[in-house]
Design a protein around this ligand. Structure first.
Ligand SMILES: *[C@@H]1O[C@H](CO)[C@@H](O)[C@H](O)[C@H]1NC(C)=O
Ligand SMILES: *[C@@H]1O[C@H](CO)[C@@H](O)[C@H](O)[C@H]1NC(C)=O
Length: 398
């Protein structure tokens, strides 16, 4: 009886959530409502659908971006306004397409043109204006961006299979890891590395990546400390072993728990491992499942919000709103979990105007140092979105 009630309430709430964002539409493929709702609930599992709200008209209209693969925030001096800035990493006029790599994960010579636009754009969190931009003629297929506590930028280029560090206030790298254009799986090679996480002591982690199943830990000097992944899983590891990573796509450190969390994209789960910052010998030990397999779709980006002790997960449930009976039902694109793995809400719906612009992939996510704002990069929509929990800024749609 209770279960039945629950189903009814959920169905009605989902229907309402969908209709709030609905738009009449003509010739669209229709799915039966019951089938849609069942699927929606199976994948999204639990309500409530609630969380930070999107800030409209941000960034300003003169911010022109290509495929936006990465977003992070950099703290600024706390006695200035703004107290932080948003850093976006994008692909300019060079989208990642079918021809970008050959079957050996190598960029063919004919594709090796670096991007001539500034690929790194720093945006004011309030006005949405460009504060600064650089990174032209350096990158081939931009992917992850991470700002560490010393304001160094860490960038991954899946085209060159390299990881770069650009020091604070500089525009050229002072550290480059990986052999340019040469994929591999050892201490000096990556294969399409996706993201970097940097600990306060300077140790850093690289998720590697699209074609390796591992996470590599480095000392602050850039020496390999260890790694975990398929290589360390053991001969008889089950396919769902926590070490059988399939496209580790994003990293988030939770230092007070000494955990490194990994968005294991193709396995549709988020897992956390011992980061070995306090007990180095425990590095790589599996610790907990934050998002169980297939709960919210493919997690592309994860970000820890230390102010609220929650993890944000940007995930792809479906590339497009689902159309049914003339209405679109937009899935949430972001989800909040506590560190025990409890689901707290889904949010960041695809808005009608975005739906008009075509498919959406939430590719990266970042939480502001204030704990109030969240930024999400959308690789297909070539956009970055701002969400906020500040009550005064809240905007409700519908
Ligand atoms: C970027 O492309 C230019 C023009 O082809 C080339 O001169 C330069 O060396 C390239 N930079 C990198 C970092 O590959
Ligand atoms: C997981 O991490 C927590 C917090 O650091 C720790 O208390 C716990 O012992 C760890 N569990 C495992 C299985 O490693």
């Amino acid at each position: 009886m209770a279960a039945c009630m629950n189903w009814l309430v959920l169905s009605v709430m989902v229907a309402i959530a969908g209709r709030v964002l609905s738009m009449p539409r003509g010739q669209v493929p229709d799915v039966p409502m019951a089938e849609f709702l069942t699927d929606y609930l199976n994948r999204q599992q639990r309500l409530p659908l609630s969380g930070p709200m999107e800030v409209p008209d941000w960034p300003s209209s003169d911010v022109v971006l290509g495929q936006v693969s990465g977003v992070d925030v950099t703290p600024l001096n706390s006695d200035v306004t703004p107290s932080y800035a948003v850093v976006v990493f994008h692909r300019g006029d060079k989208p990642w397409t079918e021809g970008t790599f050959d079957e050996h994960n190598v960029m063919p010579e004919s594709e090796r043109h670096n991007i001539t636009q500034d690929t790194i754009v720093v945006i004011h969190p309030d006005t949405g204006d460009v504060m600064e931009s650089f990174g032209a003629d350096m990158f081939y297929v931009p992917h992850g961006v991470t700002v560490d506590k010393d304001w160094n930028l860490w960038l991954t280029d899946v085209g060159t299979h390299q990881v770069m560090r650009i020091p604070k206030k500089e525009t050229v790298p002072d550290l480059i890891l990986g052999e340019k254009f040469v994929p591999g799986n050892d201490d000096t090679h990556f294969c399409k590395p996706t993201d970097v996480a940097v600990a306060n002591n300077g140790d850093f982690f690289v998720s590697d990546g699209y074609c390796n199943s591992r996470v590599v830990k480095f000392s602050k000097e850039g020496k390999v400390i260890g790694h975990f992944g398929k290589d360390t899983a053991g001969e008889d590891a089950a396919p769902d072993s926590p070490y059988m990573l399939n496209v580790p796509h994003s990293l988030a450190l939770v230092e007070h728990l000494d955990l490194l969390c990994v968005a294991d994209r193709e396995n549709q789960r988020v897992l956390c491992y011992n980061a070995g910052l306090k007990e180095p010998e425990k590095f790589g030990e599996f610790n907990r499942t934050l998002v169980p397999g297939r709960e919210v779709g493919m997690p592309y980006g994860i970000a820890y919000n230390p102010k609220e002790d929650v993890m944000y997960v940007a995930a792809l449930l479906s590339q497009q709103p689902v159309w049914s009976q003339g209405f679109s039902y937009s899935p949430a694109r972001a989800f909040t979990y506590d560190m025990e793995g409890s689901y707290l809400g889904g949010w960041g719906y695809i808005l009608p105007n975005e739906a008009e612009q075509g498919p959406s992939i939430p590719h990266d996510i970042a939480a502001s140092p204030t704990g109030l704002d969240v930024y999400m990069a959308d690789v297909l929509q070539q956009a970055v979105h701002k969400f906020t929990q500040a009550p005064a800024d809240r905007k409700y749609y519908g």
